[in-house]
Each structure stands twice: as C-alpha cells, then as structure tokens.
Design a protein around this ligand. Structure first.
Ligand SMILES: [Zn+2]
Length: 55
C-alpha cells in the first residue's frame, strides 16, 4: 500500500494534509482534535476529505 496525501477539513474549519496511511494520530493544528488515527493500514479520517494531492 502506497498511501496518499489527503486534504482534510476539520469541523473547526481548518484544512490540513493528512497521510492516508498514517501510523500515528494526527491532530488538527487549529483545535487539537484528532483528525485521523491509524486503523490497521488505512487511517480513519474524522474530518471532511476534500480531495487528494495527487490529482
Ligand atoms: Zn480543528
């Protein structure tokens, strides 16, 4: 699995890039809420996925 970089929008309005196969919890830089956490391969994204950076 290569994974990709996703642009995720948090409920607070902050947008940041999250790796789709992150192995650690990613927190929002705006509100410090978790935006993604690892789940045995692909990450579970808690925010709204706006798209990926490869396209
Ligand atoms: Zn946030």
């Amino acid at each position: 699995m290569a994974g990709k970089y996703l642009k995720v929008k948090c409920k607070c309005g902050n947008e940041q890039v999250v790796f789709s196969h992150t192995t650690s919890v990613v927190k929002c830089t705006g509100c410090k809420e978790p935006l993604a956490h690892p789940a045995g391969g692909t990450a579970v994204i808690h925010g709204e996925v706006l798209g990926d950076l490869d396209s």
